[in-house]
Design a binder for this molecule. Structure first.
Ligand SMILES: [Zn+2]
Length: 136
């Protein structure tokens, strides 16, 4: 069955395992934002356009989630962190790596499509996540 994204219009699945966030860019203050909004969260201008963000960034904060949050249907543990995108935007996201000893502040990360869980119809559900960018 074809996978479906957990939320429509948050990210683009490139079909090769890589992903881009679907963000917005404000033409008034020249700043990107995520998720995309019609109104700029910084200056309230309505002159925002869609812009893909990623795939590269640097890890800023991270932790490992050991127990399932309410409503969460995926596997644990999983990594969770904050990544500074190369476009100058800080985003909170799932990390594919959950072992803290394999993560470090400033580490290069890249956006990927990650399997989240399987829905009641047996269909795989995907989300975006950051993986350690080992240069391969
Ligand atoms: Zn703005």
């Amino acid at each position: 069955m074809t996978p479906r994204p957990v939320v429509e219009s948050l990210f683009r699945d490139n079909g090769d395992g890589s992903a881009r966030l679907i963000g917005g860019f404000c033409r008034a203050c020249n700043r990107p934002h995520f998720p995309r909004g019609e109104v700029c969260p910084y200056c309230s201008s309505e002159s925002c356009e869609e812009r893909e963000l990623g795939p590269g960034g640097a890890l800023w904060l991270f932790t490992s989630v050991l127990r399932s949050p309410p409503g969460y249907r995926g596997e644990v543990p999983y990594g969770f962190g904050v990544v500074d995108l190369d476009e100058g935007l800080r985003v909170v996201a799932r990390l594919t790596e959950s072992k803290l000893e394999r993560l470090a502040r400033g580490q290069r990360m890249r956006l990927v499509v990650d399997h989240l869980h399987t829905d009641d119809d047996g269909r795989p559900v995907t989300t975006y996540a950051f993986a350690v960018d080992d240069g391969t």
